[in-house]
Design a protein around this ligand. Sequence first.
Ligand code: DGJ
Length: 329
Amino acid sequence: MNNKVFSIILLFIGIVVSGYGATPEKLRKTLTNGAPMHDTQGNVINAHGGGFLKIGEYYYWIGENRKNGVFVSCYRSKDLTNWEFRGDLLTRTSHKELDKANIERPKVIYNEKTGKYVMWMHYEYGPDYSYARAAVAVSDDIEKPFTYVKSFRPFGNMSRDCTLFKDEDGTAYFFSSARENYDMMQYRLSDDYLDAKEQVATLWPGGHREAPALVKRGDYYYIITSGCTGWAPNQAKYAYAKSITGPWSELINLGNATTFESQSTYILPIEGTKSTSYLYVGDRWDGKQYFNSTYIFLPLTFKGENKLELNWTPSVIPVVKSGELITER
Ligand code: DGJ
């Protein structure tokens, strides 16, 4: 055997051995709805009430962790199915205001002007939901611990379930449930995204909505919300508008009476070479045993001019390159 052939054989053995050694798990291709999800180290993914960001070829998933004094954790993936744990962004020791805090529904957006990642979330202090505040944290690096800025009630309003939405022109909005969850408020953020600058609207006053998630597609903005039934699932509804500042349509039923046993948290666009698909991301809460909560990923279908449809499928294969979603029939 000459040297060249010998080195090729060695190289081949090296690739096989290191390949098997470094990846104990096989690459996953499927998002299985309602099943426990594990990261690439085999640990359960704790990212509930979460949101997503695309940076380069990575999708980042940031959500509630709640284990061992951790509030918010960060995962990343190139294919949306194999998630690598990247770190804890906010913990009980990040700031003194967090020592007895409870953090829900963290969402992160990037501010082009300041070059910083800004997180908004629902902040509680103590055992119940009476603080009803928003909180803000900031970081230069999406994967590194965030600096806690403050908690407050925007314009004096209670603030519970919430989300962020960044419009195409860079203007960002914070949506949150106020007045004991009876009103869904919309605020325009300051240019640095660290403050609520303007109270833009009260959506469906008295409508009792929470779990907001927004997306823009074509000429329309869409918002999905749930009703307010604690940890128990209920009928999601959506509305659409031609402008982010409204007027919004009436609330229209989406999915089935329990939203397939889930509550909305995010709408994830998957932009590929063939198409852009949209995944509804929801939490299937276990209110008694929080850590048994799972995730629901369902294709969100746009019909006609501005109609939304959500149908059940046990699993989804996201093809991030083409932007297509393959579902089980
Ligand atoms: C429903 C909310 O959407 C969740 O984030 C959480 O606050 C539960 N209620 C608590 O009951």
